[in-house]
Design a protein around this ligand. Structure first.
Ligand code: FRU
Length: 525
């Protein structure tokens, strides 16, 4: 716990210690704040994302328990029902039929008797291997970390009513190795060896462990992986493991093993890395010693992928916490933190290297309004766009030509702007939030964050930029490089402009879509 404790103290100024906290006796978990729901300001506060998931009120961190079942994508999340800072970790809950609009549900797992429900995953136990449901009513089973009883253990909870109510397994913990830093189990069915496989993190040792089980209750140690990847980084948490086909290479697949570090990531603070390799139901063998970064911005952490997405859909989709432990106390209330948009994952060979590519799920296109379209023009200075807005998508395709930098400035007004730029010489895409608005709430917040991006085979660079009031997500080309950054501009900073400097670029296509809100409004009622 030492590392996590330190991080959290630094991040959120939590002074009371983390272990053994029970909710104050007089206080009922808030969960569904009826008065707030009826208020005029519901989901319309300054900086409130309009098409990203946020809790109605209070603190959120990692996504948990992502599972698709009975036509619903479940999203659970690390949640403090009692306040807008980290604490009392419980699993908040929401569901979506389309990965776009979310319905809030009551809190699924509460911290009880001081044992908090830390991060974990959920599976649809269709054959009732756990015996926690029946043949007719197979259970959803959540596998999560119990924290606060002097160590971290892996615990179960189950539901037989489509995730509406959850029962903690009386035989908890199901996995206890007496370690204080042992957390964030991701469980999946491994068809070839007919067993459940868990990857879980021995966090401060920077080690992942694999366990196997026939019934989700009795777990056998299979192997360890790590320390590996970026050297000298303090910890690993929130692992994920899944197999993906390589696009364009029939019959070829790789396993992706992802883990996150609480500090020391590419853009500073927390972030994730991934390895590609093979997994035989026992051990993960990486293709190379080196890892790759998941996201080059500062605000994409602890992503996990949905389990049980139907084979006829076949996508691997994940979502991440759009925040950074170092600067987590964002200037927002009465909630804190958003999830990223759900992202579809593919593996593609880009310039000879296999890369994990992320693009927004196609369902989000339903939010698009009528676009501003401009095509085939030379760009060597700033060109203001007609569209104004703080929830917009910019789809940009250009040949950098002789320009040193090409891109789009968003959330612009007064002295404020957030710059999405492509540096043609360095071959990088970046987000510069130095002058993005309120940057003063933490000294590490202002800055520019860049990731490598080569033009595609036709010499063009393609950028897709999703802006949602307090966030900018930039997807380069096929999604091989992503930069996710939070920003806190003034409400009046709603202008956009294309720009090129140091030469002339050719913009082959630019579409700017206003995006609808997914949240109901009480305004004008
Ligand atoms: C990652 C993390 C997890 C832990 C959870 C606690 O952000 O530190 O390792 O389970 O947050 O809220």
């Amino acid at each position: 716990m030492r590392y996590l404790f330190k991080t959290l103290v630094a991040a959120v100024g939590f002074a009371g210690g983390l272990a053994g906290q029970a909710p104050p006796a007089a206080e009922k978990p808030v969960g569904r704040p009826e008065a707030y729901r009826k208020s005029a300001g519901y989901y319309r506060e300054p900086h409130r994302p309009q098409y990203h998931f946020t809790p109605e009120v209070n603190w959120m961190n990692d996504p948990n328990g992502l599972v698709y079942a009975d036509g619903e994508y479940h999203l659970f999340y690390q949640h403090n029902p009692h306040g807008n800072e980290w604490g009392h970790m419980s699993w908040g809950h929401a569901v979506s039929k389309d990965l776009v609009a979310w319905d809030h549900l009551p809190i699924a797992l509460h911290d009880e008797y001081g044992v908090m429900a830390f991060s974990g995953s959920a599976v649809a136990d269709a054959d009732n291997t756990s015996g926690l449901g029946t043949r007719d009513k197979p259970p959803l089973v959540a596998v999560y970390t119990g924290h606060g009883h002097g160590k971290q253990t892996q615990d179960l909870a189950s539901s037989v009513d489509r995730g509406r109510t959850w029962t903690k397994f009386p035989g908890n913990p199901v996995l206890d190795v007496g370690q204080a830093e042992f957390r964030d189990p991701k469980v999946a069915w491994h068809a070839a060896t007919k067993q459940w496989v868990m990857v879980v993190s021995l966090a401060v040792q920077k080690k992942l462990q694999f366990y196997g089980s026939k019934d989700l209750k009795a777990w056998t140690h299979l192997s360890d992986f790590g320390p590996a990847g970026v050297a000298d980084k303090p910890n690993w948490e929130c692992p994920d493991l899944f197999e993906l086909p390589v696009v364009g290479e029939p019959g070829v697949t790789r396993w992706v093993l992802k883990a996150d570090m609480g500090s020391g990531a590419v853009a500073g603070g927390s972030g994730g890395e991934y390895f590609l390799g093979t997994f035989d139901g026992k051990a993960f063998t990486p293709d190379a010693k080196t890892s790759q970064w998941v996201d080059y911005g500062r605000d994409f952490y602890a992503p996990i992928s949905w389990s049980n997405v139907p084979p006829k859909d076949g996508r691997r989709i994940w979502i991440g916490w759009m925040n950074n432990w170092e600067t987590a106390l964002n200037p927002t209330a009465p909630w804190r933190s958003a999830m990223s948009v759900p992202r579809e994952l593919t593996l593609r060979r880009i310039g000879g290297t296999l890369r994990l590519c992320q693009v927004p799920v196609r369902e989000l296109e339903a939010l698009r309004g009528k676009p501003e379209v401009i095509e085939n023009f030379a760009l060597s200075a700033a060109r203001p766009l007609d569209t104004r807005g703080r929830q917009v998508e910019v789809v940009l395709e250009f040949d950098p030509g002789t320009a040193a930098e090409v891109g789009v400035r968003v959330l612009k007004g007064g002295d404020e702007q957030t710059i999405v730029g492509y540096d043609a010489e360095a071959k990088t895409v970046s987000v510069d939030r130095t002058k993005s608005g309120n940057v003063g709430f933490h000294k590490a917040f202002a800055g520019r964050h860049a990731g490598p991006l080569a033009p595609e085979a036709d010499g063009r660079v393609r950028l897709r930029v999703l802006v949602d009031r307090c966030s900018v997500e930039v997807f380069g080309n096929r999604g091989e490089t992503v930069v996710t950054d939070l920003v806190f501009p003034a409400a009046a900073s709603d202008r956009l402009e294309l720009f090129a400097r140091g030469g002339e670029a050719r913009v082959t296509a630019c579409r700017v879509y206003p995006l609808k809100s997914i949240w109901p409004t009480n305004e004008g009622k």
